[in-house]
Design a protein around this ligand. Structure first.
Ligand SMILES: O=C(O)CCC(=O)C(=O)O
Length: 255
């Protein structure tokens, strides 16, 4: 990323990088999703946990289509899914992350999210840091499109410059969210993305996504990186360094 793009990131609180993942990497995540769906179907689409990874499914019955069960989210796939880790923790991603938060990089958290066609619900406006505001702020979220993400299927939306206003009060409403009535909707940028595109955004950048009313599902990978290990007693973050000023770091065995 050149200096202009870096300046843009600091100004807007996000940067969109096209074609960051190649076709093989996109397919790897699609195959992972397929394997998880097959496993879930065999188990009657019951939620399950493996080590630190949680697999969640939902029944979609809106818009007049026959009810169906489908993947909703894999929380913390990093710990149990080697394919996910290989794709989302590659050097080309860490190289961008390093430019944004520095050369000390720790794994923070991850998700594989699926917004089902004709019924996948919206995510209200929020800042990621609100979930873990006891931690340091030098963190970045990387949102990668695995399916195409459009306005119709609920692409991610951001408010440029919102990271400069600090943490906004959140409450538990429809989700963990801010009071949305004050949002200037004319400022919203819709991050329409092709598979393989990646949005890097600051943990204070306000973002949301609409419900999916289209015929196409929307799969994405999300990963957060931190510049510091987790504080004692924090349930968020990790002590696992991915890059360090001292050079090589040990790779981690799958749990
Ligand atoms: O992918 C989306 O729809 C938004 C997800 C998100 O913002 C989150 O999980 O914090």
């Amino acid at each position: 990323m050149n200096d202009d793009r870096l300046k843009q990131y600091n100004e807007d609180g996000y940067i969109l990088i096209r074609n960051l993942l190649n076709e093989e990497e996109i397919q790897t995540i699609q195959d992972l999703r397929k394997r998880i769906d097959e496993e879930a179907e065999a188990g009657g689409f019951q939620n399950f946990t493996k080590g630190k990874t949680r697999y969640e499914f939902e029944r979609i019955e809106t818009d007049g289509t026959p009810a169906r069960s489908t993947l909703r989210a894999v929380k913390e796939p990093w710990w149990n899914e080697e394919a996910f880790r290989k794709v989302t923790g590659s050097d080309k991603i860490l190289d961008v992350v390093e430019q944004l938060i520095g050369s000390e990089i720790y794994y923070h958290s991850s998700k594989l999210l699926f917004k089902a066609a004709r019924g996948g619900r919206r995510k209200p406006w929020h800042q990621d840091w609100a979930y873990w505001d006891h931690m340091n702020q030098r963190q970045v979220t990387v949102w990668m499109a695995i399916d195409e993400a459009t306005r119709e299927n609920g692409c991610i939306e951001v408010l440029p410059g919102s990271h400069k206003n600090g943490l906004i009060k959140h409450h538990h409403g429809e989700d963990f969210m801010i009071e949305e009535s004050g949002i200037d909707t004319s400022q919203i940028v819709y991050a329409v993305m092709e598979p393989g595109d990646a949005l890097f955004f600051d943990v204070l950048t306000l973002h949301a996504s609409a419900a999916n009313h289209s015929d196409k599902g929307r799969l994405c990978s999300i990963i957060d990186y931190d510049s510091e290990p987790k504080p004692d007693n924090s349930r968020h973050g990790s002590d696992h360094p991915l890059r360090s000023r001292e050079g090589e770091v040990e790779s981690l065995a799958i749990t």
